[in-house]
Ligand binder design. Structure first.
Ligand SMILES: CC(C)(COP(=O)(O)OP(=O)(O)OC[C@H]1O[C@@H](n2cnc3c(N)ncnc32)[C@H](O)[C@@H]1OP(=O)(O)O)[C@@H](O)C(=O)NCCC(=O)NCCS
Length: 121
């Protein structure tokens, strides 16, 4: 099994400007190529998704959905935060059973609002 940790760290830096340590991750690959991943923290049965990313050429093939659904098998509650203008991600999370529990205005550097979403068993 190839180790995609370094590529995931680099994609995190490029796409989200983040410099993470100690996260767990799930990924999908096709023929030795990383296609999609998600990073998360887990404490007891609670999971916080940090990021979800699918490379552009592999989008809308259920890659992110499958990864998020796999996460449901390892925790009872999942939290995440999404930019209110990221309709695609927001629709995806709604489709997968997440609901809004709070909003944080001016959350991002550009003053966009963050929507906080939660899934529980
Ligand atoms: C959001 C992202 C992870 C989705 O990955 P993906 O592998 O393409 O997602 P899936 O194929 O599993 O699901 C696509 C779902 O997104 C939603 N979606 C897809 N295209 C959409 C569009 N044009 N408008 C609104 N919703 C859309 C739908 O709910 C769709 O499910 P459906 O077509 O079965 O109804 C991917 O677009 C991405 O990496 N974006 C950039 C990074 C990002 O924004 N990450 C999320 C940060 S919170």
């Amino acid at each position: 099994m190839p180790n995609y940790l370094e590529e995931i760290r680099e994609l995190e830096r490029v796409n989200f400007g983040s410099n993470l340590d100690n996260f767990d991750y799930l990924f999908d690959e096709e023929n030795g190529v990383l296609t999609s991943y998600l990073t998360y923290y887990k404490v007891l049965d609670e999971i916080e998704i940090i990021s979800v990313f699918t490379k552009e050429e592999y989008r809308n093939c259920n890659k992110a959905s499958n990864l998020i659904n796999s996460l449901k098998n390892i925790g009872n509650v999942i939290f995440l935060e999404v930019n209110e203008n990221n309709y695609k991600a927001f629709n995806l999370y709604k489709k997968l059973g997440f609901s809004i529990y709070n909003k944080r205005e001016n959350y991002y550097n550009n003053k966009d609002t963050a929507i906080l979403m939660k899934w529980s068993r």
